[in-house]
Design a protein around this ligand. Structure first.
Ligand code: 2DT
Length: 212
């Protein structure tokens, strides 16, 4: 009904290379919105807590090997298993801040050489974000920050490919924030675009599906 549509939460997605600051920014954003009295939750993909998520986690830790297509589909399945809960939360007025989503799925897998359209296909029908924020940093700068762990993908050469894939996925609706600014400046810019987006959702912008 009209009432529940007009008061829905926003689906906010943060994307970017490893070490771009996504995780700390989503934490800070969550804290800010929560303190302002908004109904908000912080999510991330992969969600390692589910059965599928555990398979993904073991793959990322190099404890298991999987065909590139198979792991791609597991990442997608991991989003599908959260889809109905996601819709429920949004419709009940909760804003979700999501650290990585389908764009990570497509950017990382296509960087291994998988066809981009093939990569996008299993994402069709998932909820489309109301806002995608890309925290922009060059792979070289990100690597200088140090702290790459031992997980698969956390290597400069691969991150360069991922940066290229993100670039081809980006469209004019994405908000790109320079991730080399100070933590406070990134946070300030992020708050601005997020509050603006929450307002449009609150005013009745309908939920839509990937890919728009
Ligand atoms: P974190 O370091 O953020 O936990 O990510 N990845 C992520 C994919 O390859 N496909 C996906 O669909 C998603 C969501 C990005 C773990 C790694 O998993 C990659 C980094």
């Amino acid at each position: 009904n009209k009432e529940s549509i007009s008061s829905r939460g926003a689906l906010i997605v943060l994307e970017g290379l490893d070490r771009c600051g996504k995780t700390s920014q989503s934490g800070r954003l969550y804290k800010y919105l929560d303190e302002q009295g908004h109904s908000v939750e912080s999510w991330r993909f992969p969600d390692r807590n589910t059965g599928v998520g555990q398979m993904i986690s073991s793959y990322l830790a190099n404890k298991s090997q999987l065909d590139d297509h198979a792991i791609h589909l597991l990442f997608s399945a991991n989003r599908w298993e959260k889809r109905s809960l996601m819709e429920e939360k949004l419709k009940s007025g909760t804003t979700l801040i999501v650290d990585r989503y389908s764009y990570s799925g497509v950017a990382f897998s296509s960087s291994k050489g998988l066809d981009i359209e093939w990569c996008k296909a299993p994402e069709i029908g998932l909820l489309a974000p109301d806002l995608v924020v890309y925290l922009d940093i060059s792979p070289e700068k990100a690597a200088e920050r140090g702290g790459y762990g031992d997980e698969r993908y956390e290597q400069l050469e691969f991150q360069k490919k991922v940066a290229g894939s993100y670039l081809s996925l980006r469209d004019s609706s994405w908000k790109v924030i320079d991730a080399t600014l100070s933590i406070e400046d990134v946070e300030k810019k992020l708050r601005e675009v997020v509050l603006d987006c929450m307002m449009t959702c609150h005013k009745g912008k309908p939920l839509s599906q990937l890919w728009p």
